[in-house]
Write a protein that binds this ligand. Structure first.
Ligand SMILES: NC(=O)c1ccc[n+]([C@@H]2O[C@H](COP(=O)([O-])OP(=O)(O)OC[C@H]3O[C@@H](n4cnc5c(N)ncnc54)[C@H](O)[C@@H]3O)[C@@H](O)[C@H]2O)c1
Length: 425
């Protein structure tokens, strides 16, 4: 009886038979090699997956949270301490510039506030820690964690029934997107979705107010920028992620009944500001006697920004929270339509960058060494100018601080924080 092997490869006389055997041996050894190669590829792939999991874990989820003491801190901080209309707010990015100011303002009027921040090193984390200390002194607890850590978010919603979320955590900055594009996807896209997922599932659902950006207007040339203007020509990945955020939040509003308000901030500045922004880094360089690079547009046209003072933006954030209306869903099910709003929060009076530098020179009493350079096409836009009539109509938004006054306050803070010692600046 022929073996199975012979059935598959019937023996034939002479050379042909030999060739057949040879072919079979070759086939067997090739398939062995193939299996080994497959095994090695699988092994390498699992190792790489494990490594990248560990990397991302290390990079983003280094915080420790939980335990009785931690929970007590969250509960105390979330507690509403005013009799009428108080809210309990989860502020993401609370150790950031805008987040720390909004947290303090909410706490001051008796609202409950719990912050979350991952203290990343996009800019000097010691400034974030200093802001955190300020918040701690005002009985605000900041959780050291990442908004992509959904277990942490679920836990926070379990122990504190937040009525509102003020979502300010993001990878900010326009030019850094060319260096580290992944960080924008991590915080502004994946982080946003992770937060919305937890909000949508929580019962009751909170109302969400979040920071979009004037950068969504991109190459729009119609001034002043109105909320109904086109926003489909972003000039940077940062702008594109903010625009995507507006679409993503719309989806969660539409499907799950989450109340959403997106705020397009226009160049926010002031005490405890962001060291990566021009007014801040110019101040540092001017005091250190170093040159500053001032960008110019085509045909030597000066760039202009609708600089908006932090206290005005805080009033806009709180006005938005107060008028946000309720989410209608619960446990992931929509029960009816919920508000979806977008507002510009600007100052309505753009100032050119050289004029801003002149104001800094006046407050610092030092002349700047200016290098004028043609603006590279790396994400900046030539000008911004907000139309704020919608925010004014909806919650009485009315900025009151001009750039001259605001920069004076910033310089005062800068000198008190960093000191006059040139070496430390
Ligand atoms: N400052 C402005 O001029 C301006 C203009 C337009 C829009 N915005 C937006 O306003 C918001 C606040 O900006 P800001 O100027 O305070 O910036 P910021 O960088 O000072 O604050 C953002 C904070 O979020 C934290 N963060 C980032 N990714 C996180 C993550 N995945 N998990 C947890 N925390 C994370 C950072 O550590 C930081 O402390 C941002 O969404 C920003 O894009 C700011």
């Amino acid at each position: 009886m022929p073996s199975l092997e012979e059935e598959l490869f019937p023996s034939t006389p002479g050379k042909f038979k030999d060739r057949n055997r040879h072919f079979h041996r070759c086939f067997a050894s090739t398939s062995n090699m193939f299996l080994w190669a497959l095994f090695l590829i699988a092994l390498t792939a699992s190792y790489l997956c494990f490594q990248s999991f560990m990397d991302s874990g290390n990079r983003y989820f280094t915080s420790t949270w939980g335990g009785h003491h931690w929970e007590r801190n969250v509960i105390n901080s979330a507690q509403i301490r005013r009799s009428h209309g108080g809210m309990s707010v989860l502020v993401t990015g609370a150790a950031g510039f805008v987040g720390s100011h909004v947290s303090l303002a909410l706490k001051k009027r008796g609202d409950g506030v719990v912050g979350i921040d991952n203290f990343n090193n996009y800019y000097d984390p010691s400034l974030k820690k200093a802001r955190k200390n300020l918040l701690t002194q005002n009985s605000i607890f900041i959780v050291d964690g990442d908004i992509n850590d959904s277990k942490l978010l679920v836990k926070l919603f379990d122990i504190a029934r937040f009525t509102h979320v003020m979502h300010l955590a993001a990878q900010a900055g326009v030019r850094y997107a060319m260096e580290n594009p992944g960080s924008y996807i991590h915080s502004n896209i994946a982080g946003l979705v992770s937060l919305l997922e937890v909000c949508k599932n929580s019962n009751p659902q909170p109302a969400i107010v979040w920071a979009s950006s004037s950068s969504v207007y991109g190459l729009n040339e119609k001034v002043p920028f109105s909320e109904s203007d086109r926003t489909d020509q972003p000039a940077s990945l940062y702008a594109a992620t903010k625009k995507a955020g507006e679409e993503i939040t719309h989806t969660y509003n539409h499907i799950y009944g989450l109340s959403i308000t997106g705020l397009r901030f226009f160049t926010v500045y002031g005490p405890w500001g962001r060291p990566d922004m021009a007014y801040f880094s110019f101040t540092r360089n001017i005091l250190q006697g170093k040159p500053i690079t001032v960008y110019r547009g085509k045909n030597r046209v000066d760039l202009a920004r609708d600089f908006t003072y932090i206290d005005d933006v805080v009033k806009g954030c709180i006005g938005s929270l107060d008028t946000s209306g309720k989410s209608t869903g619960s446990g992931g099910k929509k029960r009816g339509p919920a508000p979806y709003r977008i507002f510009n929060l600007g100052n309505t009076s753009p100032v050119t960058v050289p004029m801003m530098v002149a104001m800094l020179e006046k407050h610092l009493k030092v002349k700047a060494k200016k290098n004028f350079v043609v603006m590279p096409g790396n994400g900046d836009v030539p000008f911004t100018h907000a139309n704020i009539s919608s925010a004014r109509k909806e919650f009485g938004y009315k900025p009151t601080t001009d750039l001259q006054t605001g920069l004076k306050k910033f310089v005062k803070w800068y000198l008190s924080y960093y000191g006059y010692d040139q070496g430390k600046l």
